[in-house]
Design a protein around this ligand. Structure first.
Ligand code: NAD
Ligand code: MG
Length: 403
C-alpha cells in the first residue's frame, strides 16, 4: 500500500494535534506532506522536528524568521502567506487535506482542495456555512471526496446506508431516512438561568464539560451557535432541510448523533468524546484503523439523557436556522458577526449574551445577496465585519458602564 500524503491546514490547533497523533500511530499509511500554523511557532517547530513535512506554511515573514531561529537546520520548504495555504491544499502529490483552520480564514484553502479533487476531511464548518451551495457544487464538479470530521456529522455519515460521499435532495428520503437527530452537549451553561448567563466569563465558557477544543468553538458550544452552524453544515453535507433535523441535547456526549428511519429504527453512533475517532474514520474510509481512543465502557457511562434545546435562553440556534432560510450570503453574514462577537467576548469587551444580540443585528441590517460567487460571499463577510465594529464599540461601552 502506498503511503498517503496529507496536507494539514491548522496543524497547531486542537484538530491538528489529534490528526498528528493518528499520523504518528500509522507511519506506514500516512505521511505529513505539508502543515500550516498561525501563531504558535514553537509548537510548529516541534511538529517539523517530529514529522519532517516537505512543506510548512506560516502567515508572515516574522513567523518564518522565528521558525528558522528555533530550527536552523529546518529541512522543510518554508512558504509564507494565505496563498501558500491554497498551494499546499492543491499540490499534486497530496492525497488528503485536513481542513482544520478555524473560521472564515479556512474557506479559500478548503475550496482549493475541493477544486483539486482531493479527499477533504472537513473540520472547518465555517467554510461550509459561508459558501454551502458553491462548495457542494464544486465538490460534485471536481469529483472531490468530502468526509465530515465534525463528530456529529461524522456520526450521521456512519449511521447512513453506504451511499458514497455525495447526496441529492432525494437520496436520504429514497433510502427510508425520516430524520437526522443532531446531538448537542448543551455546553457548560446548559442549566444556567438567563440572569446567570449574563455574568459568565470567558474562562467558564471555554471549560467544556466533555470536549477539549479551540477557544472559538468552545465559546460557540457555550452559546449553542456551534449547534446552529452544525445544523447548516448538515443541511449542505446531506442535502436536507432544517425541518429534517432535530436537535437533541444529550449532556454525556456519548452518542454523537443519530439517524431515524421510516420503519421506526434509530441508528446511533457512540464512543468516548475524542476527535481521533472521526478523523481516523475520515482518513481510512471505507476501512477502519486503530485511533488510540479508549474503548467505551457502558457500565461506567451508566446513563444517557436527552432533552430539547432551549432556544429562548440560547437564541443562536434559531438565528442560524433563520440565516439558512434567508439563504444567499445570510449565513456568511451571521458567521462573520459571530466571529467578531466571540473574539470581543474572549477579549472581555462584551458579555456572552451580547453575542446573539450582535448576530441578530447583523443578520437584519447587513443586506444579503445571492451566494453564487466567492467574491460576493467574501464581500458580504467583510460588510458584516464592518457593520459589527461600531456596534461592538457601543456594546463594550455599555458593558463598562454597567460594571
Ligand atoms: P484551534 O483554535 O485549536 O486551532 C485553529 C487552527 O487554525 C490553528 O492551527 C491556527 O494556527 C489556525 N488558524 C487560526 N487563524 C488562522 C488564520 N487567520 N489563518 C490561518 N490559520 C489560522 O481550533 P480547533 O478547535 O482545532 O478547530 C478548528 C476547526 O475545526 C474549527 O472550524 C472548529 O469549528 C472545527 N471543529 C473542531 C472540533 C474540536 O474538537 N476541536 C470539533 C469539531 C469541529
Ligand atoms: Mg461538532
Amino acid at each position: 500500500m502506498r503511503q498517503k500524503n496529507i496536507t494539514l491546514l491548522g496543524g497547531t490547533g486542537s484538530i491538528g494535534q489529534s490528526t498528528l497523533s493518528l499520523i504518528a500511530q500509522h507511519p506506514e499509511r500516512y505521511r505529513l506532506f505539508a502543515v500550516s500554523g498561525f501563531s504558535r511557532v514553537e509548537l510548529l517547530a516541534q511538529i517539523c522536528q517530529q514529522f519532517r513535512p516537505k512543506v510548512v506554511v506560516v502567515p508572515t515573514a516574522e513567523a518564518a524568521a522565528a521558525l528558522r531561529a528555533l530550527l536552523p537546520q529546518l529541512e522543510s520548504e518554508l512558504l509564507v502567506g494565505a496563498e501558500a495555504l491554497e498551494l499546499v491544499a492543491s499540490a499534486q502529490e497530496v492525497d488528503i487535506v485536513v481542513a482544520a483552520i478555524v473560521g472564515a480564514a479556512g474557506l479559500l484553502p478548503a475550496l482549493a482542495a475541493v477544486k483539486a479533487g482531493k479527499r477533504i476531511l472537513l473540520a472547518n464548518k465555517e467554510a461550509l456555512v459561508m459558501s454551502g451551495q458553491l462548495f457542494m457544487d464544486a465538490v460534485k464538479a471536481y469529483g472531490a471526496e468530502l468526509l465530515p470530521v465534525d463528530s456529529e456529522h461524522n456520526a450521521i455519515f456512519q449511521c447512513l446506508p453506504d451511499l458514497g460521499t455525495q447526496f441529492d435532495a432525494d437520496t436520504l428520503p429514497n433510502r427510508g431516512v425520516r430524520q437526522i437527530l443532531l446531538t448537542a452537549s448543551g455546553g457548560p451553561f446548559r442549566e444556567f438561568s438567563a440572569e446567570q448567563l449574563a455574568q459568565v466569563t470567558p474562562e467558564q465558557a471555554v471549560a467544556h464539560p466533555n470536549w477539549s477544543m479551540g477557544q472559538k468553538i468552545s465559546v460557540d458550544s457555550a452559546t449553542l451557535m456551534n449547534k446552529g452552524l452544525e445544523l447548516i453544515e448538515a443541511c449542505w453535507l446531506f442535502a436536507v432541510q432544517p425541518e429534517q433535523i432535530q436537535v437533541v441535547v444529550h449532556p454525556q456526549s456519548i452518542i454523537h448523533s443519530m439517524v431515524s428511519y421510516a420503519d421506526g429504527s434509530v441508528i446511533a453512533q457512540m464512543g468516548n468524546p475524542d476527535m481521533r475517532t472521526p478523523i481516523a474514520y475520515g482518513l481510512a474510509w471505507p476501512e477502519r484503523i486503530e485511533a488510540g481512543v479508549k474503548p467505551l465502557d457502558l457500565f461506567q457511562v451508566a446513563k444517557l439523557n436527552f432533552e430539547p434545546a432551549d432556544e429562548t435562553r440560547f437564541p443562536c440556534l434559531a438565528l442560524a436556522k433563520a440565516a439558512f432560510k434567508l439563504g444567499g450570503t445570510a449565513p456568511a453574514i451571521l458567521n462573520a458577526a459571530n466571529e467578531m462577537a466571540v473574539a470581543a467576548f474572549l477579549a472581555r469587551k462584551i458579555r456572552m449574551i451580547d453575542i446573539p444580540e450582535l448576530c441578530s443585528r447583523a443578520l437584519s441590517q447587513v443586506p444579503a445577496h445571492s451566494a453564487d460567487s466567492l467574491e460576493q460571499i467574501l464581500q458580504d463577510d467583510q460588510q458584516s465585519r464592518a457593520f459589527c465594529l461600531p456596534e461592538l464599540e457601543r456594546l463594550a461601552a455599555e458593558c463598562v458602564k454597567t460594571h
